[in-house]
Design a binder for this molecule. Structure first.
Ligand SMILES: [Zn+2]
Length: 95
């Protein structure tokens, strides 16, 4: 897995006569949006690495989504078990 969310970047090259100065930017170029120390950072991906990095990032995304789903289900199970415990438990009070 590769840490980061797939992201596409459009760029201006800086040449004054270029089409990118009239709205048609260059790209899209593959990049990763990465969280580093709480800050979102865009990391450009080298063309030669694009396929493997994007595949790794896709696996990371799937892992994160699955983890979030498991945590939601776990929370639901916990709530059901707490309710079950409350509904089925009484104190023993010797008569
Ligand atoms: Zn340009």
């Amino acid at each position: 897995m590769i840490h980061g969310m797939p992201h596409e970047v459009l760029r201006k090259c800086g040449k004054k006569t270029c089409k990118c100065n009239r709205g048609t930017k260059h790209g899209p170029y593959p990049a990763l949006s990465v969280n580093r120390q709480g800050r979102q950072k865009i990391v450009m991906i080298k063309k030669a690495d694009a396929t493997s990095v994007l595949n790794g990032a896709e696996r990371y995304k799937h892992f994160q989504q699955t983890l979030a789903r498991i945590r939601r289900i776990d929370k639901e199970i916990n709530q059901i078990l707490v309710k079950l415990k409350i509904d089925t438990t009484t104190d023993y009070i010797p008569g």
